[in-house]
Ligand binder design. Sequence first.
Ligand code: SAM
Length: 238
Amino acid sequence: MSRQWNAGALWMPGDPKVGATLDRLHRESKHDRIVIARAFPTGLFALLRGRSWFEAVSPWLKYTYVKVGYEAGELMYTTARAINARRIVEFGTGFGFSTIYLAAAVRDNGGGGVITTEIEPTKAEAAAVNLADAGLNGFVEVRCGDALETLRDVEGPIDMVLLDGWNDAYIPIVEMLKPKLRRGSVVFADNVKFFKNGLRPYVDHMRDRRNGFVTTTQSAGSGFEYSVYLPGNGPDPQ
Ligand SMILES: C[S@@+](CC[C@H](N)C(=O)[O-])C[C@H]1O[C@@H](n2cnc3c(N)ncnc32)[C@H](O)[C@@H]1O
């Protein structure tokens, strides 16, 4: 359902450019349903033959937005403001819907940057245009390529991460970024309810306290895992 932005919105005061871009992307993303319905038999056939669903449907997904929802976007924006996030890393730019929330938060915190990565070149280009439309391109670096390569040299300290690409990469990426996470940083992961089985290993990984996180599954969007990096046991040292 479309949502009207107004200039007095609590979290986006006086930024109609951002609101208009989000609304446009939301409208454009409505064709996702048709594309996904068409891809469904291909994915099902692959699953039945023991092949990867993602690999089979990826030629179709090239044209889909499969973006986070408004609630997830607002949760990320408000959290980023609360923890004064200045460096945010995103896996899975898509057309840049989620990136707009992250970049708006960094800007509103007083500056910093979002490093986001997208494997599909046409999407990376479209995201750059959308971020410029929202007036936020100065706060974002879009890296085109495989996240496991493009995010390897990201510098710390990282304040926030969004994982919103294909399932198999969530654990390797969070482990790759972990040495650069600051204590108290937040890692969001989308789709944990939608891909309940596919993302079960990720949720289990984040719930295992030995991995350094405290975590909760939120119902925003397709299920949003909200994990805080607090390595060690017990309370914070005073
Ligand atoms: C769910 S969409 C991202 C939606 C976006 N976060 C938003 O809210 O608008 C997932 C994206 O991850 C990208 N992707 C998948 N695997 C990737 C990888 N290994 N490296 C970089 N991007 C990847 C896909 O091409 C796809 O565009």
